[in-house]
Design a protein. Structure first.
Length: 161
């Protein structure tokens, strides 16, 4: 999947949304970049003091997302990095976190920003981590997508719909 074709999202009227960020802890340098990118995006959107929770690994993101989605948050941002090793473990963790987050989002109706990098090696992850020299900033992107979706969902509750 390439980053080409990404939309320029303009998100407005979102400063009052309650947003939580959950972040795994494997691959510290990449995770620092993703978390900083997410917090920068939230600041740009006027969303101050987001809840930030850490979980051990990406596999733990769905259960934490479910707990947060059930506590009144308008959007949850899930951040993690999974790097391929020599065994099929990579596929199981990637599948578990992807399906788990999708299920939580659809079941609860709370948008979840998917900021989980699934990479063949560390360089691919660094290229997407939003740090100096990165081509992409996936933490920032995940926030923008989830908050834009939360604003859209909120508009559905307005009387003219
Ligand atoms: C076990 C494991 C491995 C091998 N690699 C990663 C990784 O690259 N990224 C990540 O976020 N987590 C990894 N984990 C840990 C699992 O996500 C999980 O925390 C453990 O299997 C314990 O449930």
């Amino acid at each position: 999947m390439s980053g080409k074709g990404a939309p320029e999202l303009s998100v407005k009227n979102c400063g009052d949304l309650r947003v939580a960020v959950i972040a795994a802890q494997w691959h510290e340098k990449v995770m620092d970049g993703l978390v900083n990118g997410a917090l920068r995006a939230l600041g740009e959107l006027g969303i101050s003091e987001p809840t930030v929770l850490r979980v051990p690994g990406s596999f733990e993101l769905p259960v934490a997302a479910k707990a947060l989605a059930g506590r009144g948050y308008d959007a949850v941002i899930a951040l993690g990095v999974v790097i391929r090793g020599g065994t099929p473990h990579f596929e199981y963790v990637c599948q578990g976190v992807t399906q788990g987050l999708t299920q939580v989002s659809v079941d609860t109706g709370v948008p979840i920003g998917f900021g989980v990098l699934t990479c063949d090696d560390e360089q691919q992850a660094l290229d997407r981590a939003g740090i100096e020299g990165s081509r992409e900033d996936k933490g920032h992107e995940a926030v923008t997508a989830a908050v834009a979706t939360a604003v859209t969902l909120r508009s559905l509750a307005e009387p003219w719909h």
